[in-house]
Design a binder for this molecule. Structure first.
Ligand SMILES: NC(=O)c1ccc[n+]([C@@H]2O[C@H](COP(=O)([O-])OP(=O)(O)OC[C@H]3O[C@@H](n4cnc5c(N)ncnc54)[C@H](O)[C@@H]3O)[C@@H](O)[C@H]2O)c1
Ligand SMILES: O=C(O)[C@H](O)COP(=O)(O)O
Length: 397
C-alpha cells in the first residue's frame, strides 16, 4: 500500500485518482507522498519515507525545493490547471479598479429605507459620485506571460485594451499562446512606463523577490493601478504604500493579505482567491494526483519542478529508479554493478536537470535478495541519492 498525506482542502476529484485497495490517505503509515496546496513546508522536516510532493496548484515557493532535491524527493505541480480561474478573477479586478463597483454597492445598501420611491430617487441622485472609466483604449502591462499571464493578456486584448507583455524567460509553448499582435517589452522599465494598469504573473523566487520596489514604482505612470495576483514578496509592501500615499500609484489590488495592507484605504485585498474555483481545484488535484500516482507506480516523472521529466514505457517485470547528482559516469557505474550481479538491462533512460539526474533501468529478473545487494552497492556511490525498485503490477499473477 502507498501512503498519501494531504494538507489543505484537496478536491475529491483528485483523491479519487488513488484506488482504495492500493492507497491509504491520511492513515498511520509514514507518507510516501504529500498532496498539498499552500501548506508551508519550509518550517517542518521532510519525512525520511517521503518520495514525492504534489502541489495542487502553480506556485511552489511554499516547498523547500533544494532540500527536497538533495533528499531525493521529487516535487510536482499542476502547470496551468488553475490559470483560467486566475484570469477570470484578474479581469474582474481590472473592471472593479476602473469602475467603483464595491463602494457604489455599499453606498446603495446604506440608503435610508424610507419609502421605496425615496430610495430610488436617492440612488439616481447619488450615482454621479460613482462615475468610472473604461478599460478599452487603456494600456495594460502584463509581467510574466506564462499560463496565467498569457490568458490575461489575450482576454484584455479582446476587451479593447492595448496590451504590452514582458517575459524575458518565456517558454516556447507559452510564446505560441500569446497573440502575435500583442507587443513585447524588452525591459521591465519599458512595460512600467507605458502602462495605465500593471498586472504581475510570475513565480516568487530569489530573482523575483521585491522585483517591484520604490524605483520601479517611480517608473510607472502617475496614478497607475497595480495588481498582484502572484505572491506578496514580489512587490515591496512599504514601497507600494508610500507610492499610494503620495498619489504616484492610485490603487493596489492584491490576493495576499498582510496586517499593514488590509488597513490601507487604497489597497484592496482578496484572500488568496485566484485558484479557488470548483473547476480549478478539481483540475489541479486531478492533474497532480495523476502524476504522483504515475511516479509511485512506474517511476515516470511528468511536471516536476526539481527533477527532469522522464518517461519510458514499463514493459519489463521490474524497474530500478535512481535519483542522483548530475556527475559523469553514474550510468557507467550502475551498469557495472548490474553486470557484476549478472543482471541484464532490458531498457534504460537517463536525463538531467541542473545539478540532479534521474535514471530508469528495466530488468527482466529481480528478487528481494538481489535487489538489496544492488541497492547497497548503488548507495555506496557518494553521488547516489535514492534507489527504488518497482515491481510491474502487469506481471503479478
Ligand atoms: N492568486 C492565486 O491564487 C494564484 C494562482 C495561480 C498562480 N499564482 C501565482 O502566479 C504565478 C504564475 O503562475 P503561472 O501558472 O502563470 O506560472 P507559469 O510558470 O506558467 O508562468 C510564469 C511566467 O513568469 C515568467 N517570469 C519569471 N520571472 C519573470 C520576471 N522577472 N519577469 C517577467 N517574467 C517572468 C516565466 O518565464 C513564465 O513564463 C505562480 O508562480 C503563482 O505564484 C497565484
Ligand atoms: O500558486 C497557486 O496555484 C495559487 O496561489 C493557488 O494556491 P492555493 O492552492 O493555496 O489556493
Amino acid at each position: 500500500m502507498y501512503a498519501i498525506k494531504t494538507y489543505n482542502v484537496i478536491s475529491n476529484v483528485g483523491l479519487a485518482v488513488f484506488p482504495k485497495d492500493q492507497y491509504v490517505i491520511n492513515g498511520e503509515q509514514e507518507p510516501d507522498a504529500l498532496l498539498i496546496r499552500s501548506q508551508n513546508l519550509h518550517r517542518g522536516v521532510l519525512p525520511v519515507s517521503l518520495l514525492a510532493i504534489g502541489r495542487a496548484g502553480a506556485g511552489v515557493n511554499n516547498i523547500p525545493l533544494d532540500k527536497a532535491s538533495e533528499n531525493g524527493v521529487v516535487v510536482f505541480n499542476a502547470p496551468g490547471a488553475n490559470a483560467n480561474a486566475v484570469k477570470e478573477l484578474v479581469i474582474a479586478i481590472l473592471i472593479m479598479a476602473a469602475r467603483p463597483i464595491l463602494p457604489a454597492i455599499n453606498w446603495t445598501k446604506s440608503l435610508t429605507n424610507g419609502d421605496a420611491a425615496d430610495v430610488t430617487l436617492q440612488a439616481e441622485a447619488g450615482k454621479n459620485h460613482y462615475r468610472g472609466t473604461e478599460l478599452a483604449g487603456k494600456t495594460l502591462g502584463v509581467i510574466g506571460l506564462g499560463a496565467v499571464g498569457s490568458k490575461v493578456a489575450d482576454m484584455a486584448h479582446q476587451m479593447g485594451m492595448n496590451v504590452i507583455g514582458y517575459d524575458p524567460y518565456i517558454s516556447v509553448e507559452h510564446a505560441w499562446q500569446v497573440q502575435s499582435d500583442i507587443p513585447r517589452a524588452d525591459s521591465l522599465k519599458e512595460v512600467l512606463e507605458a502602462s495605465d494598469y500593471v498586472t504581475i504573473h510570475i513565480p516568487y523566487n530569489e530573482r523575483n523577490k521585491n522585483l517591484i520596489g520604490a524605483e520601479e514604482l517611480l517608473m510607472m505612470k502617475k496614478g497607475a493601478v497595480l495588481l498582484n495576483y502572484s505572491r506578496n514578496g514580489i512587490v515591496e509592501e512599504t514601497a507600494v504604500m508610500a507610492a499610494l500615499n503620495v498619489g504616484q500609484l492610485d490603487q493596489y489590488w492584491t490576493d495576499f493579505a498582510s496586517d499593514a495592507l488590509i488597513k490601507h484605504d487604497k489597497v484592496v485585498v482578496t484572500p488568496h482567491l485566484g485558484g479557488t474555483t470548483k473547476e480549478a481545484e478539481d483540475n489541479c488535484a486531478q492533474m497532480v494526483a495523476t502524476t504522483l500516482r504515475k511516479y509511485l507506480e512506474t517511476g515516470e516523472i511528468e511536471h516536476s519542478v526539481n527533477y527532469p521529466d522522464v518517461r519510458m514505457p514499463f514493459n519489463s517485470p521490474y524497474r530500478l529508479t535512481l535519483l542522483h547528482q548530475n556527475v559523469p559516469n553514474m550510468v557507467g557505474r550502475v551498469a557495472t554493478i548490474l553486470a557484476d550481479l549478472n543482471i541484464n538491462i532490458a531498457n534504460m533512460i537517463n536525463a538531467s536537470r541542473g545539478d540532479f539526474a534521474y535514471t530508469l533501468i528495466d530488468v527482466d529478473q529481480m528478487d528481494d535478495e538481489l535487489y538489496h545487494k544492488f541497492e547497497e552497492k548503488c548507495l555506496s556511490i557518494d553521488e547516489m541519492i535514492r534507489v527504488r525498485g518497482i515491481r510491474n503490477a502487469k506481471f503479478n499473477g
